[in-house]
Design a protein around this ligand. Structure first.
Ligand SMILES: NC(=O)c1ccc[n+]([C@@H]2O[C@H](COP(=O)([O-])OP(=O)(O)OC[C@H]3O[C@@H](n4cnc5c(N)ncnc54)[C@H](OP(=O)(O)O)[C@@H]3O)[C@@H](O)[C@H]2O)c1
Length: 353
């Protein structure tokens, strides 16, 4: 049995999803893969919960107790730190970089907010620091990968450590790992629906003849769209994911500024109706080919085409030289869905090392 010590940096929807999945799947992962996943550090802006100050082998955080305390505290209107302390869990005044550096562990799970508008921080520094300290990295944070792909890959190579980033594109939908599945193929182009919020809005507009603002409000009410939906509806989120795919699967050296981006805010129910009457739907499509042309824009898709997926689903069509066309479809967001991709990366890293 191999012990794998994890730190979780950023304890929001995804960070908590990872602990939840470890709680559910721990015995199964031990049995199937011989890996004993132990969370030894959880760090967020409110401080850090540690298994022990030195992360010595054998110690681990009682994740059940942490999740339970946070849930109960939230119901009582307490902050995360108050929730933990009220339930007898010690919170250290340590920041993420300090924990990454000082606490002994094998893999750092990076799940802090995405920031592509400026510098990809704090995720980029977290990843570089973890590699420097000899830790593998698994992340759901798109910013560092979209802005500094080559730099991060080089740092990982120098440190002889791996970076898993399946969760950055398509949530639970496997796509980055197709690199291994399609080894020997050349991937010629990728075309996909990479943002569940936009797909939900377009689906509702088309099905119910709703104006954009109405469908957006509905998506916000049921928690599918953020209070600030700009990054999704303007196509930024799709563009960021497209850049990651272009670099990881097509071997390009693309960055966000190389993408021509049009969002879905100008689409009207009339346009969707006209498309429908002619056998098409309108989808926000991200597209890249080997010539390095990267585009995000609403496109007509035949109703019978495999990319015509509805609701919050994501889908991608890859053209390859040997395997022809490959289509993947899956749930693009959610804490457990992202955790599915993260746990898959962790298992792959430790099975192969
Ligand atoms: N949610 C999904 O379905 C999903 C799916 C795939 C990928 N992702 C990506 O995964 C990442 C995490 O998403 P999420 O939904 O879990 O976000 P979230 O709920 O906002 O959680 C992020 C957490 O990180 C904390 N944080 C901010 N700066 C930090 C720092 N310097 N050190 C430690 N913690 C810090 C945040 O604190 P504050 O709230 O106080 O700022 C928050 O608690 C994002 O990059 C997101 O784009 C999310």
């Amino acid at each position: 049995m191999r012990e794998v010590r994890l730190s979780i940096v950023g304890f929001g929807v995804v960070g908590r999803g990872v602990t939840e999945v470890i709680r559910r799947k721990r015995a199964e992962i031990k049995e199937k893969f011989g890996l004993d996943l132990r969370v030894v550090a959880i760090v967020d802006l409110w401080g850090a919960v540690l298994a022990s100050s030195d992360g010595k082998s054998g110690n681990e955080i009682d994740v059940d107790k942490v999740l339970d305390a946070l849930q109960r505290g939230k119901a009582d209107g307490l902050s995360p730190r108050e929730s933990l302390e009220t339930h007898g869990i010690k919170v250290e005044d340590m920041q993420s970089l300090e924990v990454i550096k000082e606490v002994e562990h094998d893999v750092m799970v990076e799940a802090t907010p995405t920031n592509v508008e400026s510098d990809g921080e704090p995720g980029t520094s977290h990843i570089l620091e973890a590699l420097k300290a000899g830790r593998h990295v698994v992340t759901s944070n798109k910013g560092p990968l979209a802005l500094h792909f080559k730099k991060l890959m080089r740092a990982a190579e120098r440190a002889d450590r791996k970076i898993g980033f399946e969760a950055t594109v398509g949530g639970a939908m496997p796509i980055i790992s197709l690199r291994e599945a399609l080894a020997g193929n050349e991937i010629l182009s990728i075309k996909g629906i990479l943002n569940g919020t936009c797909n939900y809005i377009l689906t509702r507009m088309s099905e119910e003849n709703l104006p954009f603002e109405h469908a957006l409000r509905e998506a916000q009410e049921i928690g599918i769209a953020e209070a600030d939906p700009k990054s999704d509806v303007l196509g930024v989120d799709t563009a960021v994911k497209l850049v990651i795919l272009a670099n990881a699967l097509l071997g390009l050296d693309a960055s966000y500024k190389d993408v021509s981006v049009t969002g879905i805010t100008e689409i009207t129910p009339e346009a969707l109706n006209l498309a429908k009457n002619n056998g098409y739907v309108i989808k926000l499509i991200g597209e890249v080919d080997r010539d390095g042309k990267l585009e995000v824009a609403p496109k007509l898709v035949p109703k019978t085409h495999p990319l015509n997926v509805s609701g919050t689903l994501n889908a991608a069509l890859l053209k390859t030289d040997l395997a022809g066309e490959i289509v993947v479809v899956g749930r693009g967001a959610g804490g457990i869905e992202a955790a599915s991709a993260i746990i898959g990366d962790v298992i792959r890293i430790f099975r192969s090392s």
